[in-house]
Design a protein around this ligand. Structure first.
Ligand code: ATP
Ligand code: FE2
Length: 323
């Protein structure tokens, strides 16, 4: 069985084609890039998705060396995400499913990050640290649901890095550039904000920008920003391991590419005797392949969904019939 998955929650419009053995036959990603100095405007990102969707589909079918008629199932990101972008994905998915008369499934974006991570690593039942632009969550499977043990109370870690970058003149996305500049920086104190199992990044961001305005070196702030934010993420992840008794950590999302974050988590896991794995970069960011794979898992479990978008859908609202 072959599933075509459509991802359109935020800036990326992506189509992945995956078979039921977990082989990724195609993964095409087209990312909306806002003009220099701007953040993502939902309507502009949605316009981008509308413009590129046919070309992305054509490239995906070409890469998979199949025709649209060979697809057995279509899945799309139902949420959470930006409503105008989600609608572009739903509408296109509906159009394709009607054309080839095949079933259509809406999947949860965050859970698809976990499931492609389990597929692409040897982890079975991990605590997942999902760190992307808009999301920062610590997730784990307990009593039939993926539960969120801790999350950001304001902005996602990636957005915090990008906003800092915008404030100091770095191009979007700023994460990789901050990582590079941090290599030659030294530590300065920034607010460390963990509340129970939740995190907050907006105060740190403000403090970091204030330091820049006062003339502190960009390198030092980049280093301190990483040390502070990543130590917070590592602390909450470790506590989730301790609370649940699990012994695996999966790191995913666009920020998972960061070597310093990987190192901190690796050290923490080693000290606890836990396994640690990072989702390969091509599947750690938003991609249609993760949507297709979750579509297959849900279809196999006999799950049906409505043709609707759920911009605020929570991870623990979703029944997990496939585990
Ligand atoms: P979401 O998954 O929440 O919809 P998104 O599409 O914005 O959000 P991703 O594509 O998963 O997220 O990740 C993009 C984010 O990853 C950006 O904020 C970017 O700055 C960050 N990022 C990419 N590489 C690195 C890196 N090496 N270090 C830190 N952050 C990074
Ligand atoms: Fe994502």
């Amino acid at each position: 069985m072959i599933c075509l998955g459509i991802e359109s929650t935020a800036h990326s419009f992506s189509i992945g084609i995956v078979d039921d053995s977990g082989r990724v036959l195609a993964s095409i990603i087209d990312m909306y890039r806002p003009p220099h100095g701007w953040g993502i405007h939902p309507a502009e990102a949605a316009k981008h998705h509308e413009e590129v969707k046919d070309a992305v589909l054509e490239k995906a079918l070409e890469e998979a060396k199949i025709k649209l008629e060979d697809i057995d199932l279509i899945s799309f990101s139902q949420g959470p995400g930006l409503a105008p972008c989600l609608y572009k994905g739903l509408n296109f998915a509906q159009e394709l499913a009607e054309k080839i008369k095949k079933p259509l499934l809406g999947v949860n974006h965050c859970i698809s990050h976990i499931e492609i991570g389990r597929l692409k690593t040897d982890l079975k039942d991990p605590i997942t640290l999902y760190v992307s632009g808009a999301n920062t969550q610590v997730l784990g499977f307990i009593s039939g649901k993926y539960r969120c043990f801790g999350e950001t109370q304001d902005i996602g870690i990636g957005n915090a890095l990008d906003k800092f970058g915008r404030g100091v003149g770095l191009d979007f996305p700023a994460g990789p550039k901050i990582e590079q500049m941090a290599r030659s920086g030294k530590y300065l104190e920034l607010p460390y904000v963990v509340k129970g199992m939740d995190l907050s990044f907006s105060g740190i961001l403000t403090a970091a920008l204030q330091k820049f305005e006062k003339g502190t070196s960009k390198e030092d702030i980049c280093f301190s920003l990483q040390e502070t934010c990543f130590a917070m993420l590592t602390e909450v992840t470790e506590r989730a391991l301790a609370h649940t008794g699990k012994n695996e950590v999966l790191l995913t999302g666009g920020v998972a590419a960061n070597k310093r974050l990987q190192d901190m988590l690796h050290i923490m896991c080693k000290e606890r005797g836990a396994k640690f794995a990072v989702v390969p970069k091509e599947f750690a960011g938003d991609c249609g392949a993760m949507i297709a794979w979750l579509g297959l898992l849900m279809h196999k479990a006999g799950i049906k969904t409505k043709n609707e978008v759920l911009p605020r859908q929570r991870t623990d609202e979703v029944g997990i019939g496939w585990l």
